[in-house]
Write a protein that binds this ligand. Structure first.
Ligand code: NAP
Length: 273
């Protein structure tokens, strides 16, 4: 199935009534513009983000590739099944397109993945995946899923955090596991306009008639099989983010970004928020 490279996150969309209405509007604007990969989790706002996502996709569920996540503390066999039902209820749907283990749990991965297989078999989820897993953890999750394939691994990926390009992305590509990068704007690590990196981005943006954020999102989805899910609680931001796709960054501009934000030259532990 086809899933757009740029999706929408929902972490911290809850808040005042006004900001929640704006966030719902932002998600709907994104859906109108093709950002139909919608990422949420039972953790976000203790379920509130799922409720808001549910409102945003009401009556257009079939247009959305809907993703949610089970908390590691709930990821026993029975706990995963129950958590999924609660998420479905909050989202107002009868199935998820993708269900992820949010990060490694103290429950054995075999237990969580056995529950994932049951959820697929029962039609409650279409695909199973993980989040914040390094290569060894991905291999263990694959081994724990004998009857269905592991569809995705959602991990931290931004310009100043490109460690996954060394081993994790190539391994996932070889296995046809989608890599979904989260927090593309780096949360606190967004390049200031006056920094060397910020200036490099600004000139690439200007040369291409794009904004800096569009250049960042485009760069972060340049590798095959790699997606990104920026969160925007403001419809104007969603519009801007939607303009990050459908065009190709010229090679020399990709090289300029590479020089300004080099990937590490040695293996690094998987970073997570
Ligand atoms: P992010 O998407 O990198 O950044 C979100 C921030 O960027 C918000 O403050 C948003 O502001 C702002 N923003 C977005 N588009 C903008 C634009 N065009 N212009 C100006 N500002 C813009 O960070 P994130 O929310 O941490 O990550 C994205 C999603 O990834 C999350 O929402 C969540 O779904 C997922 N995630 C997953 C994990 C995991 O462990 N699996 C961890 C973290 C995040 P406004 O809200 O005001 O628009």
């Amino acid at each position: 199935m086809e899933v757009p490279l740029i999706g929408q996150g929902t972490w911290m969309i809850e808040g005042s009534r006004e900001s929640e209405l704006r966030a719902i509007d932002a998600i709907r604007t994104g859906l109108d513009l093709g950002l139909t990969h919608l990422d949420t989790a039972e953790m976000y706002g203790s379920g509130r983000a799922e409720e808001l996502a549910g409102k945003a996709i009401a009556r257009r569920r079939d247009q959305v590739f809907l993703v949610s996540k089970v908390l590691p503390a709930n990821a026993s066999y029975d706990g995963t099944l129950r958590a999924c039902e609660r998420s479905l209820q909050r989202l107002g749907t009868d199935h998820l397109d993708l269900y992820l283990l949010h990060w490694e749990s103290s429950y054995p991965i075999r237990e969580t993945m056995r529950a994932m297989e049951k959820l697929v078999d029962d039609g409650r989820i279409r695909f199973a995946g993980v989040s914040n897993f390094d290569v060894a953890q991905v291999k263990a999750a694959q081994a724990a899923l004998p009857h269905h394939r592991l569809a995705a691994n959602q991990v931290f990926y931004h310009l100043k955090g490109r460690g996954i390009e060394r081993k994790l992305i190539p391994y996932c590509q070889s296995q046809e596991i989608a890599v979904v990068g989260y927090t593309p704007f780096g949360r606190g690590a967004f390049p200031p306009p006056n920094s060397t990196g910020g200036k490099a981005l600004a000139s690439v943006a200007e040369r291409n008639g794009r904004t800096v954020r569009q250049v960042i999102l485009n760069f972060l989805t340049r590798l095959p099989n790699v997606f990104t899910i920026p969160k925007a609680g403001n419809p104007e931001h969603t519009r801007e983010n939607a303009g990050a796709t459908g065009w190709t960054l010229p090679e020399e501009d990709g090289a300029a970004i590479d020089r300004a934000f080099p990937a590490p030259s040695r293996d690094t532990p998987l970073a997570m928020l």
